[in-house]
Design a protein around this ligand. Structure first.
Ligand code: ATP
Length: 312
């Protein structure tokens, strides 16, 4: 929409109605950054509970972190979430749900920014350049919209030095060069720590305990230390962990056969098809499971479900 004509239209309508403000009207047509827009916590809860399978910890922590952060009128620092887990367990999927609940256009919003390490920061020799670009990009976007969301995918493939470039933005400063970053949200996605999460989940299973009994305290400490000491985590000896700038380490548990089936059903519904249990079983049976003996967890989580469904 072209701002001048929208402005004229708004003027006309406002004169007629007398109560529609410019911004109200403009924002019906163009995307606006509404820093005051409250988070609909029950909508987010419903989304997570209905769409995300087998991740009771992620559901609980994300909900708590986001509602707490958005209810706080004066956060002391931006919110930083570090999501960890095996491939295909829902990290990107959750980021998308979170993005949509914060900005209705989700990943397509002008205020949600996705960085993929292998795509945006591929060359190790260019770290300095990437650091500068990243700082500029974040500064520019946060000055345009305070509650911008930045998602960093494939953190485990990111040179650790790169993320340290954004450390000043994540810290407890009121402003950095006249800009406040305190309402922004940073989400880091990584496979690092997936082995530790799997080990704990498997230990519970072998002890005959329910997966839902696993608590954050069983995983969070192992995860933060493990990731800090893992050269391939993107956060290796990173100042972000050192200075406690990551607010939550969120574990994604490996998915079981029953969760894969749930993903197949969800995908069928999303395509507008009736759920056919024979197909659901066929797709789930085609996936491979580990460990070798027990075969409990899907190697690729729910990742290849969509393409497998195409071939049924
Ligand atoms: N826990 C889950 N609940 C529901 N759907 C899921 C879940 N995990 C994965 N999926 C489905 O599988 C697709 C792929 O998962 P997603 O991209 O979120 O995995 P990921 O954890 O980000 O993997 P990677 O580490 O390889 O990037 C999602 O788009 C979603 O449809």
């Amino acid at each position: 929409f072209e701002p001048v004509s929208v402005g004229i239209a708004i003027g006309a309508v406002s004169a007629l109605t007398g109560y529609l403000s410019y911004s109200d009207f403009y924002c019906r047509f163009a995307e606006c950054c509404n820093e005051e827009r409250p988070l609909n916590a029950s909508a987010l809860k419903l989304d997570l509970e209905e769409k995300l399978f087998g991740q009771h910890l992620a559901t609980e922590v994300i909900l708590k972190a986001l509602t707490g952060f958005r209810n706080n009128k004066n956060p002391k620092k931006p919110l930083t979430l570090s999501l960890h887990g095996w491939a295909g367990t829902g990290k990107n999927f959750v980021s998308q749900i979170v993005a949509e609940n914060l900005h209705p256009k989700g990943l397509k919003s002008n205020f949600v920014h996705l960085f993929v390490s292998t795509l945006h920061f591929p060359h190790e020799q260019q770290i300095k350049l990437y650091q500068d670009q990243l700082q500029k990009w974040i500064r520019g976007n946060v000055s345009a919209c305070g509650n911008s969301v930045f998602i960093f995918d494939e953190m485990d493939k990111l040179h650790p030095g790169i993320i340290d470039a954004i450390k000043p933005f994540l810290d407890y400063y009121e402003q950095v060069d006249g800009i406040s970053y305190r309402k922004a949200i940073f989400i880091f996605l990584s496979n690092a720590g997936g082995d530790l999460i799997t080990k704990t989940t498997l230990d519970f299973w072998r002890a005959g305990r329910k997966r839902e009994e696993i608590q954050l305290k069983d995983l969070e400490p192992v995860l933060s230390v493990g990731v800090f000491n893992n050269k391939h985590s993107g956060l290796w000896h990173s100042g972000l962990i050192d200075r406690n700038l990551i607010d939550y380490f969120i574990p994604f548990l490996p998915l079981e056969y029953r969760h894969v089936k749930m993903c197949v059903r969800a995908e069928m519904r999303a395509r507008g098809d009736a759920v056919d249990e024979d197909v659901v079983t066929r797709v789930a049976d085609e996936m491979t499971f580990f460990p070798k003996d027990e075969k409990i967890y899907s190697d690729k989580g729910c990742k290849t479900v969509q393409s497998r469904l195409d071939f049924q």
